[in-house]
Design a protein around this ligand. Structure first.
Ligand SMILES: C[S@@+](CC[C@H](N)C(=O)[O-])C[C@H]1O[C@@H](n2cnc3c(N)ncnc32)[C@H](O)[C@@H]1O
Length: 602
């Protein structure tokens, strides 16, 4: 799996679940594999620095398969509670089977050296002092490429001097990327009320956690324990990895959603998803309420405790090392859901967001029958803000210029029902246009497979033909790194100029499509300034488009108010919205609202 991700550019969150199913890896084994895969990919930067120090050979000269084995072993040694002897022996065995005795001996030697110290000790050795080289320090400490550290610092308005302090926001943003994200659902307006959806979720959770009786088995069926009485009510399937669920669900691929759901079991997945030192108690409490597993874990299996990521204790933490920051905003948002209060599942920003604390979305009836869909709350808020922003004049023709796979199109079209609006959704890639079609099924929407830049030449994309336009542009995705563990190592600074060119062309086309006085929402799931504020300022200068203050929409205002300058008030004195995982608990989405001037533009 790790070799497929590195050598063949595979996406872990889409490739792993079907691979587990194909190889019939289920239950605790699946949870263990998932944890090792995502953890190893996420912490690659830190692991490589440690392996470089512990290896007699430069690691960039080491065969890729050997290097992946080393990363996998070092991850177990330093970030989990798997016993050292099991981590080394297991990894060496993999190397022996997949490679030959020579590489296996090398893996053995390097891992034994890594095992001589704990993570805190290694960090003291391999991370440069914060005050000497803040960028390199943060890059290795939080396992991000240096250019991403710089991009986050720029977007957060922190200069190098500030980065040298232990409590910088950049450090918090980077740390948040290493946390596993939750799964958010959007209650589609007109189809289900958010509180009703929350109640439906709680009913399912209660059913699942109810003690087993012969008539009503509490534990859901798994491939290993398929017996489910035909008359039994539908039970919640085992918890899947949040990254896999969201990626698969946002891509609207039902088979993959199911595969993702079946890839792990709640006993282990919850512990591995949430077990940091600060949340372990919560995970343990939740585990104690769960129904008994139908199968015993093999004795050599790691326990949830062993899988828990290892954090250096306060005493162990080296003086120079930036502490893992507290994430107050996220902690507040992610307060533990109460068993009796569905309101505790409601989102904090989007009026239609509901959290799914565990379980597979596909087993919530509202998801199965299309009254709700899986969508990060930040994405929901962006679509909502466009629909809710004040607009004078006609308001029935809405356009989504980059619609695939259809998350925002589905929400916009659902909002449009009560408002008498019709959505035109454009997507250039054919199979993604099919996904958009599925996402808007039954809603007032038309899907076009077309290039969004063809406004004015495509017969269904007339200039000045739309009242509200969304351009959710293709981007580096630096705002969604917590969902895609390998993405941070795949993108390069050299990708930015070509993307920025396409983004500029699409935003300019969106402004052509808007009627005079109409609104355009420019959205990216990246906080990189070249893709966000710099680009928008440039297009405004060239087209005369007028930035609109997002604080005109109450929900966006609440989220924008969490941001200090520079996002709150830009040079044009109109606030854009920059969301952050560490502040808002959402992906780092950017939104700028623009109004097409009544006098037209070039
Ligand atoms: C960030 S994604 C949009 C996500 C989508 N709005 C959602 O919420 O599900 C960008 C999409 O734009 C599409 N795209 C890229 N270039 C395009 C173009 N020139 N015209 C139309 N769509 C384009 C990509 O294929 C991709 O599906």
């Amino acid at each position: 799996m790790l070799v497929a991700v590195s050598a063949r550019d595979a996406y872990a969150n889409l490739t792993l679940p079907p691979m587990l199913v194909e190889r019939r890896i289920t239950g605790r084994d699946a949870a263990f594999v998932t944890e090792l895969t995502y953890g190893t990919l996420r912490h690659r930067g830190t692991l490589d620095a440690i392996l470089a120090a512990g290896s007699s050979r430069p690691i960039d000269k080491v065969d890729l398969r050997v290097l992946q084995a080393l990363r996998l072993g070092a991850y177990q040694l330093l970030f989990t509670r798997v016993p050292d002897h099991a981590a080394v022996a297991g990894t060496v065995e993999v190397a022996r089977v997949a490679l030959t005795d020579g590489p296996a001996r090398f893996v053995n030697a390097v891992l034994r050296r890594v095992a001589e110290r704990d993570l805190a000790d290694w960090l003291t050795e391999v991370v440069p002092p914060l005050g000497d080289d803040p960028i390199a320090h943060l890059a290795i400490r939080y396992s991000h490429p240096e250019w991403v550290v710089r991009a986050f610092a720029d977007a957060l308005g922190e200069d190098v001097a500030r980065l040298g302090e232990p409590d910088s926001e950049t450090a918090k943003a980077l740390a948040a990327d290493n946390e596993r994200p939750g799964v958010d659902l959007a209650a589609r307006p007109g189809r289900i009320d958010p509180l009703e959806l929350a109640t439906e979720i709680q009913t399912e959770l209660t059913r699942w956690t109810r003690p087993a009786t012969p008539e009503s088995p509490a534990r859901p069926a798994t491939p290993e324990s398929p017996a489910r009485p035909a008359a039994a009510a539908p039970h919640l399937e085992p918890t899947a990895s949040p990254e896999a669920v969201t990626a698969a669900a946002e891509a609207s691929v039902p088979e993959v959603v199911t595969a993702a759901a079946e890839a792990s079991v709640p006993e282990v997945a919850t512990a591995t998803a949430e077990a940091t030192d600060s949340t372990r108690t919560e995970a343990t409490d939740a585990a104690s309420q769960r129904p008994p597993a139908t199968e015993e874990a093999p004795s050599e299996q790691p326990t949830p405790e062993q899988l828990a990521p290892e954090q250096p204790s306060a005493e162990q933490a080296p003086v120079e090392q930036a502490p893992v920051p507290e994430i107050a905003a996220v902690a507040e948002k992610q307060a533990a859901p109460s068993a009796d209060d569905p309101g505790s599942l409601l989102g904090r920003w989007s009026p239609v967001a509901v959290r799914l604390p565990e379980g597979a979305p596909g087993n919530i009836p509202a998801i199965a029958d299309g009254r709700a869909h899986v969508q990060d709350e930040g994405s929901q808020l962006c679509a909502w803000t466009l629909a809710a922003a004040p607009l004078e004049g006609p308001d029935a023709r809405w356009l989504d210029l980059c619609a695939g796979p259809g998350g925002k199109a589905g929400l916009l079209a659902a909002i449009g029902v009560d408002r008498g609006a019709h959505l035109t959704a454009v997507e250039v890639i054919e199979h993604r246009a099919v996904l958009v079609q599925q996402a808007v099924a039954g809603l007032p929407a038309t899907v076009l497979t077309a290039d969004g830049r063809d406004v004015g030449t495509h017969p269904d994309l007339p200039e000045g033909g739309f009242d509200r336009v969304l351009v959710d542009a293709p981007c580096t995705g630096l705002g969604a790194l917590r969902r895609r563990p390998e993405a941070r190592w795949r993108k390069e600074p050299g990708d930015v100029p070509a993307l920025a060119k396409l983004q500029r062309e699409l935003l300019t086309a969106a402004l052509r499509a808007a009627r005079p006085g109409g609104l355009v929402a420019y959205v990216t799931c990246s906080p990189h300034l070249a893709e966000t504020r710099v680009l928008v300022a440039d297009v405004c200068r060239r087209t005369g488009a007028e930035p609109v203050d997002v604080r005109g929409v109450p929900e966006a205002a609440a989220a924008a108010d969490l941001n200090p300058t520079p996002e709150r008030v830009s040079a044009s004195r109109a606030a854009a919205l920059q969301l952050w995982p560490h502040r808002h608990g959402t992906d780092a989405m950017f939104l700028s609202l623009l109004r097409k001037p009544v006098g037209g533009h070039d």
